[in-house]
Design a protein around this ligand. Structure first.
Ligand code: PEP
Ligand code: MG
Length: 317
């Protein structure tokens, strides 16, 4: 069985009964993207653009940005690439955007919120994305991090439209966005669940603190209930507005099955996890995934849920 988990992922992510779940990669730049394509990723579900500019103390020019983005788009001609606008702040400070003196950076001016304090940066990034997308064959989707309200989603969507970008979306990684997913999905074309931050904010546990690791797991039934609520909220807007997951939860094969059972449409992860997730997903039907999701949702603790699900997945035993 170990061999089957390590074999390279080829083709399409699917359950045993043929329900397709595109398996995408999280990347930070062109080098990652090339490696992800090599490992069989069906596209990019999260391009963390801030990773291109961590060392910069001034805003990169539109030309510099377009070149960096195009390097990723070119690794996936004809495929979906979901680019996330700069998620500066908290665990990923960018010297040209982040106020290092904030008392609570995780609750501060981070992600989309930097538009409040550094107006123009987001427009210039969207201009660079549109320019790079125009030169490439990738199917480019754009999403904003740290969206908290439907109004922010609407503003972001109109900024994308002004830049000529067709497929605007948002990360759902703040509990308020989960609770208003129906209203948010009215404004944008898709949502991607950031389970790393969603867990941090749901559990009120800093994702960077080792002693809080037991609280800070997406196996927490509270977090899984938020995933379920997000999918249900999005469904109010009708079919066709995908809700994916791009947090680390998607890289845990047993949890990936649970997420599919909760109705998530795509999974994006570090590329080295693709083969293992594909192999485990292939062993369950959609109905079985739903049953496993029910087990995890109703577990008393994160650990109970994880154990109960893993016991039912012989490929992981
Ligand atoms: C997340 O929050 O789950 C996520 C995917 O984004 P990041 O880890 O970059 O904050
Ligand atoms: Mg996040």
């Amino acid at each position: 069985e170990t061999a089957s988990l390590l074999a390279a992922f080829e083709g399409q992510g699917t359950t045993a009964d043929g329900h397709l779940v595109p398996l995408l990669a999280n990347v930070g730049g062109a080098k990652d993207a090339a490696a992800a394509a090599e490992l069989g990723a069906e596209g990019v579900g999260l391009f963390r653009t801030e990773f291109c500019f961590l060392e910069r103390d001034s805003e990169p020019t539109v030309d510099e940005q377009a070149a960096a983005y195009q390097g990723v788009f070119d690794a996936f001609p004809g495929k979906k690439v979901v680019l996330r606008t700069l998620d500066a702040g908290a665990d990923k400070p960018l010297p040209f955007l982040t106020d290092a003196t904030e008392p609570n950076p995780a609750l501060g001016v981070r992600g989309y919120r930097t538009d409040l304090t550094s107006p123009g940066v987001l427009q210039r990034q969207l201009e660079a994305i549109a320019r790079a997308a125009g030169q490439s064959e990738a199917d480019v989707w754009v999403m904003a991090p740290m969206i908290s309200t439907a109004d922010e989603a609407a503003t972001f969507a109109s900024m994308c439209a002004e830049a000529g970008l067709q497929t605007p979306g948002v990360m759902v990684e703040v509990p308020s966005a989960v609770l208003t997913a129906d209203a948010i999905l009215r404004e944008v074309s898709f949502a991607s669940l950031g389970t790393n931050d969603l867990t941090q904010y749901a559990m009120a546990a800093d994702r960077q603190l080792g002693p809080l690791a037991a609280l800070n797991t997406p196996w927490q039934p509270a977090v899984l209930r938020l995933v379920k609520l997000s999918v249900e909220g999005a469904a109010v807007e009708g079919a066709g507005k995908p809700v994916g997951v791009c947090g680390e939860a998607a890289a845990d094969p047993a949890l990936a099955v649970v997420l599919v059972g909760l109705g998530v449409s795509t999974l994006s992860m570090t590329a080295r996890s693709l083969a293992a997730v594909a192999a485990v997903l292939k062993t369950v039907t959609l109905e079985q995934a739903r049953e496993l999701a029910e087990l995890a949702l109703s577990a008393r603790t994160a650990e109970d849920g994880r154990n109960a699900v893993r016991e039912k997945l012989p490929v992981l035993a």
